[in-house]
Design a protein around this ligand. Structure first.
Ligand SMILES: *Cc1c(COP(=O)(O)O)cnc(C)c1O
Length: 393
């Protein structure tokens, strides 16, 4: 039965609530950044429960760029970024003319290795960008302690990390300079494209708000709504065009309300996988603290004694109708990063080894029972087949 089922790598969870909110926005006549973007920002702050400001942007990449810009990162500065991440984490450093220092990840969590981070620090190091890989928190205590010692700012790439917890508190509420979430189509909540920059610091929030929209000293919404405000505005910097439209924010407002429910569904499926795959020749993702994993991704690493290698495994999954993905081909393997910094695989033994064996399985809230069963069956059959043959021979 399971053989006839095709399982996509991902399917978004969009309900009538999101659709109705978009329709209401279209009928309301205000499509660009306005009331709904503001409601999304306020809801986000309330959700994090921390004393923070939230700035809605049209991508996490934009949010990371704004965060580093607000911190004054520029030419001559260096920002430490983990090697096992999406290129967006690193490219924003280059937007500002600063240099990226890639470092290896921890073999257990695949998050930034604090020791590798500390070893990479020099007098030009101004910031570090921990990535909460797959939705598991980095070791924020160790990273913060290192940053305090060396006067380094933390900008968290929390693209995978809603809702992720560290020491019981949500990522985004830990007092770091900035935390940036992504609402790209396949992230834990979505606006199609979008992001949220969160910061406890008023100065950073103010700068990011201005740079989000052309360097204008107050946004168009205020201009039109405040009596007497009229047409007057000033330009204080050559800003960007990074604001989130109300159409996108309409989806976000409704998705945000579902954050915990969607996460619960993902966590339930993740537990099923962890149980079902426990005896297989593959390294499974670590749970982290109780209820603290967003389970954005379910990456497994095939062991050396697995009956087939990563590429053959992916090919077999494709034959069986199971969508997979790969997070990530490390940045040190990408032409631009490799050539700019003359990077060698042996400088990144953990991410290089992880990459060789890594595959991400489908994990999304609306997976049907049949789909979950099909993934479990396909993975188990594929990873036990060789051993049965070996045992028989
Ligand atoms: C998705 C992602 C980003 C970029 O998010 P966008 O909203 O698409 O700009 C950055 N970092 C990581 C780790 C991501 O997975």
């Amino acid at each position: 039965m399971s053989e006839s089922i095709k399982v996509p790598f991902f399917r978004p969870s969009i309900g009538e609530e999101e659709i109705d909110e978009v329709v209401a926005t279209l009928r309301g006549g205000w499509l660009t950044t306005g009331d709904r973007a503001r409601r999304f920002e306020e809801g986000f702050c309330a959700y994090l429960g921390g004393d923070v400001e939230a700035i809605a942007v049209n991508s996490a990449t934009a949010g990371l760029h704004l965060a580093l810009e607000a911190l004054g990162i520029g030419p001559g500065d260096q920002v430490v970024v983990p090697d096992l991440t999406f290129t967006a984490s690193a490219e924003v450093v280059r937007y500002l003319g600063a240099e990226v220092r890639l470092v290896d990840v921890d073999p257990e969590t695949l998050c930034l290795d604090p020791a590798a981070f500390e070893a990479a620090i020099n007098e030009r190091t101004k910031a570090v960008m921990p990535v909460h890989y797959g939705g598991l928190s980095c070791d924020l205590d160790r990273i913060s302690a290192i940053c305090t010692r060396h006067c380094i700012e933390i900008v968290e790439d929390a693209a995978h990390a809603l809702p992720t917890r560290w020491q019981g508190r949500l990522i985004g509420s830990h007092g770091t300079a900035a935390t940036v979430f992504s609402f790209y189509a396949n992230k834990t909540i979505t606006t199609g494209e979008g992001g949220m920059l969160v910061t406890p610091r008023r100065d950073l929030a103010e700068r990011a708000r201005i740079m989000r929209l052309h360097g204008i000293d107050r946004d168009a919404f205020d201009r039109f709504r405040k009596p007497g405000a009229g047409w007057r505005y000033d330009i204080v910097a050559p800003g960007f065009k990074y604001n989130l439209s109300d159409l996108a924010a309409a989806v976000g407002v409704r998705q945000l309300e579902k954050t915990d429910g969607l996460c619960k569904k993902r966590a339930t499926i993740a537990e099923r996988y962890l149980d079902a795959f426990a005896d297989l020749p593959a390294r499974l993702p670590v749970r982290g603290e109780q209820g603290g994993h967003s389970w954005h991704l379910f990456p497994i690493r095939l062991n050396a004694d697995a009956p087939l290698d990563r590429d053959a495994f992916i090919a077999r999954m494709t034959e069986l109708g199971i969508g997979t993905s790969m997070h990530y081909a490390p940045l040190h393997r990408m032409t631009y990063w490799k050539e700019r910094y003359d990077l060698k695989p042996e400088d990144f033994p953990v991410s290089e080894d992880a990459f060789t064996n890594l595959v991400t399985l489908p994990l999304f809230p609306d997976m049907t029972e049949a789909e979950i069963g099909a993934v479990i069956g396909a993975v188990r059959d594929t990873l036990t087949a060789g051993r049965r043959v070996a045992a028989g021979g």
